[in-house]
Design a protein around this ligand. Structure first.
Ligand SMILES: Cc1cc2nc3c(=O)[nH]c(=O)nc-3n(C[C@H](O)[C@H](O)[C@H](O)COP(=O)(O)O)c2cc1C
Length: 309
């Protein structure tokens, strides 16, 4: 079954639950354009999540979901809220959502953990999740070790539940490649950052459009929290300090509130500009609707060309 049928959406596209970016309004815009919008809970309190759900519901009658970051200090309350609101889809990140799954299934919620290893995907399938989002290390934000090319193929081969591909997807060809690897649909983050509806600062959008893939790097490789970002003054300094053996406390001085600085204040010097390797594909500001139409028509065209070979 394709993702469109599983989630009752027009296109097989999920918007990644991006912390400080994936608001209720943005999720609604994605769902109205035919994908699945997600409200991100990274940095969100339980009461703010309720507000964002209300906003999302007031702006769309289409299905939407919540991305639960399992390291959120209010995760227990957040896990209850999605059940109370009977949110159609929950995706999870940064850990093992095992203890919540039974309750969510009782509330008829479709559960899709984001994973970066086959071992976790197998454990999740045993716990009865509806599908897996396999995210390769090309992705923007916090990442694992394996590339999409290796990870998606491995997981899709091993599991019998649907697999959604994430990491390094921003063109029709890449959507088709994910399908060939065994995915029923894709989750995207980076290519949505420059859409008109995306609530990041205009300077963030301009930086994304101008960026080359060679300007993308990973900070936090040494302290164990790898984060894919665009290079800037703060990131260069962070990586240099990491190499010199700086403590977490010393490093945190640089990153405290830095995602907010980039997203809300447009600080491109000291802010954390999260973006994936695929950033070079993002060439203009456009509406989500126009982007989805183009991605899907390019995908169909590429599929036709491949079948005709
Ligand atoms: C700016 C940004 C912030 C992100 N924040 C989160 C997050 O809070 N939770 C999460 O599960 N994934 C997060 N991600 C990952 C996305 O959900 C998605 O899986 C990823 O962007 C897909 O790869 P791509 O960037 O190559 O499109 C983030 C990605 C970006 C670009």
């Amino acid at each position: 079954m394709r993702l469109e049928e599983i989630l009752n959406i027009k296109y097989p596209f999920i918007q990644g639950g991006m912390a400080h970016i994936a608001t209720g309004e943005f999720a609604a815009a994605i769902s109205n354009a035919g994908g699945l919008g997600l409200i991100g809970t990274g940095g969100l309190s339980a009461s703010d999540l309720k507000k964002q759900i209300e906003i999302c519901k007031s702006k769309t009658d289409k299905p939407f979901g919540v991305n639960i970051l399992l390291i959120n200090p209010e995760v227990e309350e957040i896990a209850e809220i999605v059940s109370d609101y009977k949110i159609p889809v929950v995706t999870t990140g940064a850990g093992n959502p095992g203890k919540y799954i039974e309750k969510w299934k009782e509330s008829n919620i479709k559960v899709f953990p984001v994973v970066s290893s086959k071992a976790l995907a197998v454990r999740m399938e045993r716990l009865g999740v509806d599908g897996i989002i396999a995210e390769g290390q090309e992705a923007g934000g916090h990442i694992g070790e394996l590339t999409s090319m290796v990870l998606i193929h491995q997981i899709a081969d091993e599991l019998s539940i649907p697999v959604i591909a994430a990491g390094g997807i921003a063109s029709g060809k890449q959507i088709l490649a994910a399908e060939v690897l065994g995915a029923v649909g894709v989750q995207m983050g980076t290519c949505l950052l420059a859409t008109n509806e995306c609530p990041v600062h205009e300077k963030y959008k301009d930086r994304i459009i101008a960026a080359k893939s060679s300007q993308v790097t990973v900070m936090g490789r040494i302290n164990g929290l790898p984060n894919r970002v665009l290079k800037n003054k703060m990131v260069n300094e962070y990586i240099e300090k990491e190499k010199q053996g700086a403590t977490m406390e010393e490093l945190e001085i640089l990153t405290l509130g830095s995602l907010r600085k980039a997203v809300h204040e447009g600080d491109m010097t000291n802010g954390t500009i999260m973006a994936g390797q695929v950033v070079e594909e993002v060439k203009e500001k456009t509406s989500v609707k126009a982007l989805f139409e183009k991605l899907y028509s390019d995908y169909l065209l590429e599929k036709k060309k491949l079948c005709a070979k």
